[in-house]
Write a protein that binds this ligand. Structure first.
Ligand code: CO
Length: 224
């Protein structure tokens, strides 16, 4: 059962007491500033809270959330968060995290109903269209739905790589890394899609992968 509105404030006071009991300077330290290594871009869905699923604490993780974890280059909100994260917080890892059962992705797959005319979801409709032949090979609608959640995460990782502020930071400092995750709300597991950001950055620069990377890629292929 969700808490009532009034109960939230009672819970807040209990939380303060608990934190101070564990560490008397907790809020004093927190108020000194933040030094997060992680930038998390997730869905607004109430079931996919970044601190809750990762076990990271306040101050460890810089967060941006919107419907279906979209990184649209003309979205001033997402791009400002990424720019601030890179330029001011020196973020080391950017994570795009989608989740199975995502309502936005489901709406984007449908021809009728909710989301039919949503400009926000257009980017996922495009991903759906671009990958239609791959999706059509899958056996069921449920599998297509899961796969589109994954493809959306991968495409949004690519959008992150292509931002000038991210690319330039990587080329000069070799970070941030960019990771694509799916949170499986059916099991609680975080699934790393192993997005190959190093290859992505190299390709954007027009670089061929070096010998080690090519060998690793070949071994990975042979393993499959
Ligand atoms: Co969602």
């Amino acid at each position: 059962m969700a808490l009532s509105y009034e109960e939230i404030f009672k819970k807040n006071r209990e939380w303060i007491a608990k934190k101070l009991g564990e560490e008397p300077d907790y809020f004093k330290n927190l108020s000194k500033g933040q030094l997060p290594s992680y930038l998390f871009i997730g869905c607004s869905d109430s079931r996919a809270d970044p601190e809750e699923i990762t076990g990271l604490n306040l101050g460890d993780i810089f967060v941006h959330r919107n419907i279906s974890n979209i990184v649209n280059p003309i979205d001033l909100s997402a791009t400002s968060v990424i720019q601030y994260g890179i330029e001011n917080l020196n973020i080391r890892h950017i994570i795009v995290c989608g989740h199975y059962g995502c309502g936005g992705v489901s709406a984007a797959m449908k021809k009728e109903g909710l989301g039919k005319n949503s400009p926000w979801l257009q980017i996922i409709k495009d991903i759906h269209r671009i990958h239609k032949s791959e999706l059509d090979l899958l056996e069921s609608d449920e599998m297509r739905y899961d796969r589109l959640v994954e493809l959306n995460v991968i495409e949004q990782c690519q959008n992150v790589l292509e931002m000038d502020v991210v690319k330039n930071q990587y080329y000069s400092k070799r970070y941030p890394s960019v990771h694509g995750w799916v949170f499986d709300i059916r099991t609680g597991k975080i699934i790393d899609l192993n997005f190959d950001y190093k290859k992505g950055f190299n390709e954007l620069r027009g670089e061929r992968p070096n010998f080690g990377q090519r060998l690793f890629g070949l071994l990975k292929k042979l393993k499959k």
